[in-house]
Design a protein around this ligand. Structure first.
Ligand code: NI
Length: 278
C-alpha cells in the first residue's frame, strides 16, 4: 500500500516536471493542459517515455555511438631551405609506449611521422592513431604484419598495404600517401604496387638502430647527429627509445631544428619513388 502511494507521488511529480519543461520550451500553446485529473494515465505514458530515453542513453554509453573522426590539421608550409628541418619517424606501432611518445612530442611542439602496422591497431591502441592524426603527425603504411614485401606475390603485397590503408582510414579518415617497406626490403614488384596504390616509399638517412642497442644515451646521440633534411628511423615499440626521446629532443632543440612530418619535409611525393632525405 505504502509502495503504491510512493509510486503515485513520483508519477505526479513527473507530470509537474513535464508541464514545467513544456512552458520553458516556449510551447505553451502547443502543450496540452496539465492533466492532473487523470494522473495515472498521463504519467504512465510519461514514465514509459522516460524509461525508454534512459534505456537509449544507457545503451549509447554501453555500446558507444560510432566515434566521430578526429579533426586533422593540414600539413604546414615549412620552408626547409631556410629552416633546419628534421623528420623523426617511428615504426612498428601503435603500441603501449606510443602515448608517451605523443606526450613528449607535444611538449616540444614536434610533429613526426608514424609508420604503423595495421595489425597493431586494436581497441587498446586506436586512440593513439586518432591522436596522431589530430595532433598533426603524419601516418604512413608499414604493412599489415611486418611482412618482407619483396618476397610476396603481387596479390599478397597489395593485401598487406590495402588492409592497413583501410584500418587507418576507418580510425582517422586519413588516406595515407607514404609507406615504408619493413626491413627496407623493396624491389620492382613493390615499386610497381606502391606506384599503383599511390604510396611513396620512405626510407631513412639516419638509422638509430634502436631495436639493436637498447641504450637511451646511444639512441639519443645517433638521432641528434641528424643533418638538416634528414629522415630519422626509430621505433615506438621500445621503452629505451621513449627514454631516449627527452634527451634527443633537447639536443635537436639546442641545434635549432624544426620537427616536420615527412610530407612537410619532402613536399609533393611521387608514388612508387624511394626517398631517404630532402
Ligand atoms: Ni618495421
Amino acid at each position: 500500500m505504502r509502495i503504491g502511494s510512493v509510486l503515485l507521488s513520483l508519477l505526479l511529480l513527473g507530470g509537474c516536471a513535464q508541464a514545467g519543461t513544456m512552458t520553458v520550451a516556449g510551447e505553451r500553446q502547443a502543450a496540452p493542459p496539465p492533466r492532473f485529473g487523470t494522473p495515472r494515465h498521463f504519467d504512465a505514458d510519461l514514465l514509459r517515455y522516460r524509461l525508454a530515453g534512459t534505456q537509449l542513453r544507457l545503451a549509447g554509453v554501453r555500446h558507444g555511438a560510432p566515434p566521430r573522426l578526429p579533426a586533422v590539421p593540414p600539413p604546414r608550409q615549412v620552408d626547409c631551405k631556410r629552416h633546419k628541418c628534421v623528420a623523426l619517424t617511428f615504426d612498428d606501432g601503435p603500441a603501449e609506449f606510443t602515448g608517451q611518445v605523443l606526450d613528449l612530442l607535444a611538449a616540444h611542439r614536434a610533429r613526426a611521422t608514424f609508420f604503423v602496422l595495421g595489425q597493431m591497431i586494436t581497441d587498446e591502441t586506436r586512440g593513439f592513431v586518432r591522436r596522431m592524426a589530430s595532433e598533426g603527425h603524419e601516418l604512413g603504411n608499414h604493412s599489415w604484419d611486418h611482412a618482407s614485401l619483396a618476397g610476396l606475390s603481387p596479390d599478397a603485397l597489395r593485401r598487406e598495404l590495402e588492409r592497413t590503408q583501410e584500418a587507418v582510414l576507418k580510425e582517422t579518415g586519413v588516406r595515407m600517401r607514404l609507406m615504408r617497406p619493413p626491413y627496407g626490403a623493396t624491389n620492382q614488384t613493390v615499386d610497381n604496387e606502391t606506384k599503383q596504390t599511390g604510396l611513396a616509399q620512405v626510407m631513412w638517412a639516419v638509422d638509430t638502430l634502436d631495436w639493436l642497442n637498447r641504450n637511451p644515451a646511444v639512441i639519443a646521440q645517433r638521432s641528434a647527429a641528424a643533418k638538416p633534411g634528414d629522415i630519422v628511423l626509430m621505433h615506438d615499440i621500445h621503452a629505451t627509445t621513449v627514454q631516449a626521446l627527452p634527451r634527443l629532443l633537447d639536443e635537436l632543440d639546442r641545434k635549432g631544428f624544426t620537427y616536420v612530418t615527412v610530407s612537410e619535409l619532402l613536399g609533393d611525393t611521387t608514388p612508387g619513388k624511394k626517398y631517404t632525405n630532402r
